[in-house]
Design a protein around this ligand. Structure first.
Ligand code: GLU
Length: 618
């Protein structure tokens, strides 16, 4: 797909000011100008950022250049992504924020996951007439899928805990982009078209994202003055203006009575489309009660690196960590490429079996995080890998109650894996000149979230609750629906240290493929010796304990023949909701000697990402 750059008059103006104010006269950008051109790699010093979007990266860079730290810059970039990537992220959603503090040498995290409303019944997804779950296509565009949003509370918590700016300052670049607009590119138009049918069913969504009844044209300027006003309100009054007061009342009312156009009927292009727009359960009390959680990260050691990830309610840290422990006994770098990939695919199937069996919100479920990330447990699980043949899938879960690193003789337990996640979300990586690092994944779940814009407020509400298991009648399922619970996530923001110093920070969108994308990128870099940019660019495959392996076309053509003797069945990626056969859209920063930073984003996926550094290497 051709890529058009998003050039934003607003950001350009801010940057022009900054160059004068900064007095250096030196451009921060590869093209030597003031425009935030979209380059997927940047190497240099003094701070770096990588995201999917040039405006968001420019917002972070602007903050860094003015003396803000990585937490400040990450919040500025995230708020800007709420404008330019409104179908993937924003104040209507949630996410996980991981921070390496150069002062203490510690990695800490914030769980800003959406939460099920207190009045949500356990059978909320079940059709009373059929006793079966409603189809995802009906649940997604509804109030019932909307969880209490956590992003804004995350931004505030990150700034309070680690930042130097107030929320008002951190929101400034995003307000400018929302007010002045950004130039629509192919990706934005295509994502709008992918959502056109359901967006057209909700009046405020249609009015905002389908002006004149169509997706905005490539090259046109898209403005969101309602969102600019919402951000301004929050900048003036703080997060209370979101979690209480008029806006909270409007969000609750919108969820309880989704603003579906009564005259809407499926278009001729999509006959039979059913959008019941079920009412949801969100109340003002849920919003008032929302809190982020300060969490310790997960930690595993892998080939001398310390790998820190996101603990439950995300399954990212435990599943990436367990897979690394499973792979530790094998010399992947010394194998043929197909053999190394075979081990990668088998390891993730095993780790996904355990994720399905054991991981849910730890406030509701006793999650064995320590066992799942224990090298002895991983070693024992690695016994299940046959170096020559793929196991029949699904593989059963391991037994965390008894393990000793020796190949087990006890029968394994049944897995409870249902994959209900989809392929939206966005990710960003930021580092500052002091050595602080942020890895932040944020989402509204499906591309386009619930499809419901809060009238007059300029943002979409999430559909994160569809990350719960739909059939919630199984009491053994750790991810069943429960009121007040956080649905299990796959988001895997990861920070890796070597000798107590940052080595690599990375993350990706992509639903449950996030876990395999982050893992595959680590293996590419650490075991297979690729550069960080090549590690991201390399074709991907994802084995999530299913009969076939989801793979990008580039992976199938490169490794399909080599993997066939192992018995892996590769099928092209892509689903009914997206037109792209891609897996993930990663961002990363690698840290070298003397403060050198190599920021890397996607060269092609999602139209290509944007890496920038404060002082480019010459
Ligand atoms: N809802 C997913 C999760 O929390 C992320 C969605 C996506 O990346 O597309 O894991």
């Amino acid at each position: 797909m051709p890529t058009l750059r998003r050039r934003v008059a607003a950001v350009t103006a801010v940057l022009a000011l900054s160059v004068t104010a900064g007095g250096t006269g030196t451009s921060a950008f590869a093209d030597g100008g003031l425009h935030p051109g979209k380059s997927p790699t940047a190497t240099g010093y003094g701070g770096a950022v990588s995201s999917v979007d040039a405006d968001a990266s420019a917002a972070a860079l602007e903050v860094l250049r003015h003396g803000g730290n990585a937490a400040d810059a990450a919040v500025a970039a995230a708020a800007t992504l709420g404008v330019t990537e409104p179908y993937s992220a924003g104040i209507g959603g949630g996410g996980y924020f991981v921070f390496y503090d150069a002062g203490t040498g510690k990695v800490q995290t914030i769980d800003g996951r959406e939460t099920a409303p207190e009045r949500m019944p356990a059978n909320a997804f079940i059709n009373a007439a059929t006793k079966k779950p409603y189809p995802f296509a009906e649940l997604v565009s509804s109030g019932v899928s909307v969880g209490v949003p956590g992003s804004l509370a995350t931004w505030e918590r990150a700034l309070t805990r680690w930042g130097t700016l107030g929320l008002d300052e951190a929101l400034k670049p995003a307000i400018k982009v929302a007010e002045d607009g950004f130039v629509v590119d192919e990706t934005f138009r295509q994502q709008t078209l992918d959502n056109k049918v359901r967006f057209s069913a909700f009046t405020p969504t249609r009015n905002l994202f389908l002006p004149g009844g169509d997706a905005p044209a490539v090259g046109s300027v898209f403005r969101n003055p309602d969102l600019a006003d919402t951000y301004r309100l929050i900048a003036r009054k703080g997060t209370d203006a979101f979690y209480s007061g008029a806006l909270a009342e409007e969000m609750a009312a919108t969820v309880q009575a989704p603003p579906k156009d009564p005259a809407w009927a499926p278009p001729a292009s999509a006959p039979g489309t059913s959008i019941p727009a079920f009412p949801g359960y969100l109340t003002t009390a849920d919003l008032a009660a929302y809190t982020t959680l300060d969490q310790d990260p997960t930690h595993v050691e892998y080939r001398g690196y310390d790998v820190y990830g996101m603990a439950p309610s995300s399954s990212g840290g435990t599943t990436v960590g367990e897979a690394l422990n499973i792979l530790e006994p094998f010399n992947l770098g010394g194998m043929s490429r197909p053999a190394a990939l075979h081990h990668y695919l088998e390891a993730t199937a095993l780790a996904f079996a355990d994720r399905g069996k054991y991981v849910g919100d730890p406030a509701f479920v006793d999650v064995p995080t320590a066992a799942l990330t224990d090298p002895l447990f991983g070693k024992e699980r690695s016994c299940a890998i046959n170096p020559a043949t793929a196991a029949a899938k699904p593989v059963p879960a391991g037994d965390v109650s008894t393990y000793d690193g020796v190949c087990p003789v006890t029968p394994a337990l049944a897995a409870h894996e249902t994959d209900t996640e989809n392929l939206s979300t966005t990710n960003l990586t930021v580092a500052d000149k002091w050595g602080n690092v942020v890895e932040y994944t944020l989402t509204i779940e499906q591309t386009g979230g619930s499809g419901i814009v809060v009238p007059g407020r300029g943002f979409l509400l999430n559909n994160e609750l569809t990350d719960f298991s739909y059939d919630s009648t199984n009491p053994a399922d750790p991810n069943r629906v429960e009121p007040g619970k956080r649905p299990r996530s796959s988001m895997s923001p990861t920070i890796i240290l070597k000798d107590d110093e940052p080595f690599l920070a990375l993350g990706s969108p992509g639903g449950s493929t996030i876990i395999t994308t982050v893992l595959q990128t680590i293996l590419n870099r650490v075991d297979l010796g690729m550069s960080v940019s090549d590690s991201i660019a390399a074709p991907r495959a994802s084995q999530r304990n299913t009969a076939s392996v989801t793979a990008e076309p580039g992976f199938i053509s490169a490794y399909g023949i080599g993997l066939a003797p192992f018995g892996h069945k590769l099928v092209p990626a892509g689903d009914a909701f997206t037109s792209a056969a891609e897996i993930g859209a990663a961002t990363a920063i690698e840290f070298g000697r003397n403060g050198r930073m190599e920021a890397a984003a996607e060269p092609a996926r999602r139209g290509g990402g944007s890496a920038m550094v404060v002082k480019p290497e010459r």
